[in-house]
Design a protein around this ligand. Structure first.
Ligand code: GDP
Length: 321
């Protein structure tokens, strides 16, 4: 009798552990609400500057201080002008009205777009592009880990065959995160690595293929032509995401560098990295305005879990709270 009771209790404990584990794995992904992201320098620096400007009531100097704070946060000249004229035109009479006008005006500068990753297709294929050093490889690792934690199978393609270290770095991340990496010869054809990655994913029934690409070739024209070829052999219109990685600390310069990418291939989303290391996260606004593409994810640290979904409402709220 006691043995039966022990077995029954044991079974209940095992079921509880399994259910607990499943629920833990399905916990929501971090968004800007979560601690790491919510504590970005942008939030504290821009938010405090706006609060300070409105501290002793609303007058002409409040507006010029807010304007300066938006520019310092890299919101960009045109977006800052738009925000300031919308706020002034609303004729706020109280500090709360002013805050609410700034909040709405900032939110209006961000796109109303679907920011979820498109995981359609078998495999769903993602190309990750951007200038070297922006955080492409780290972002791929973060993304692979997140997708794997959600129960999906992932393969990585090391199509940056121009940098000796790039393939090794991706391989090291793949080993750490526990996903397969398809590599080619150093100096070999990047498009053939991309093709092999998608092909391998299809053959093995892998859910998602994420392809790393070079950030620099001999001349911009070559790079753009290479990216177009990679895009074509990876499935062209069937590619589910082309993610452009942008370093938030590079500011308006970074933005100028990537315009070319968006004319060469159809970018579907931006990953803004290093938001943890800058008070100039207003670049989010400038990026969306300038490229017309939504920021889907943000990098908020060097660790593999430091990737958050970008939620424009949370972003604006976190600054204005
Ligand atoms: P790649 O050349 O574009 O592949 O860039 P890497 O992935 O090698 O990253 C370049 C550097 O940026 C590395 O030191 C990363 O740890 C760092 N990095 C990448 N993403 C982030 C981020 O979100 N926050 C911080 N603080 N550092 C990051």
């Amino acid at each position: 009798m006691e043995a039966v009771l022990l077995i029954a209790v044991g079974a209940v404990v095992v079921v509880a552990l399994v259910v607990g584990l499943l629920l833990w794995q399905r916990r929501p992904s971090p968004s800007l609400d979560d601690s790491a992201a919510a504590e970005t320098p942008t939030r504290s620096v821009l938010g405090s500057a706006i609060r300070r400007a409105l501290g002793s009531g609303i007058d002409e100097s409040s507006w010029s201080q807010i304007e300066a704070a938006l520019l310092a946060a890299d919101v960009g000249v045109q977006a800052t002008e738009d925000i300031m004229s919308a706020v002034r035109d609303s004729h706020p009479e109280t500090v709360d009205e002013a805050k609410s006008a700034i909040r709405s005006a900032m939110r209006a500068e961000l796109l109303d777009a679907d920011r979820g990753l498109d995981l359609s297709g078998s495999p769903s294929t993602m190309l990750v592009v951007g200038v070297n050093g922006t955080g492409k490889t780290t972002t791929i690792a973060k993304l692979a880990k997140r997708l794997r934690d959600e129960g999906r199978t992932v393969v990585l393609g090391a199509a940056d065959t121009f940098r000796a270290a790039a393939g090794e770095q991706l391989q090291a991340w793949g080993d750490r995160v526990g996903v397969q990496v398809v590599r080619g010869q150093e100096g070999g054809d990047p498009a053939s690595v991309a093709y092999d990655t998608v092909d391998s994913a299809r053959a093995r029934g892998t859910d998602i293929a994420i392809i790393d690409t070079a950030g620099r070739l001999h001349g911009k024209k070559n790079l753009m032509a290479e990216l177009q070829k990679i895009h074509r052999v990876s499935g062209g219109d069937q590619v589910s995401e082309v993610l452009l990685v942008l370093d938030a600390t590079a500011g308006q310069n970074g933005l100028a560098q990537v315009r070319e990418f968006s004319t060469a291939i159809p970018i579907s989303g931006i990953v803004l990295t290093k938001l943890d290391g800058t008070a100039r996260g207003g670049i989010v606004v400038a990026v969306e305005r300038s490229l017309g593409v939504p920021v889907k994810l943000v990098g908020v640290g060097e660790k593999v879990e430091d990737l958050a979904e970008f939620d424009p409402d949370d972003f604006v709220d976190s600054i204005m709270e």
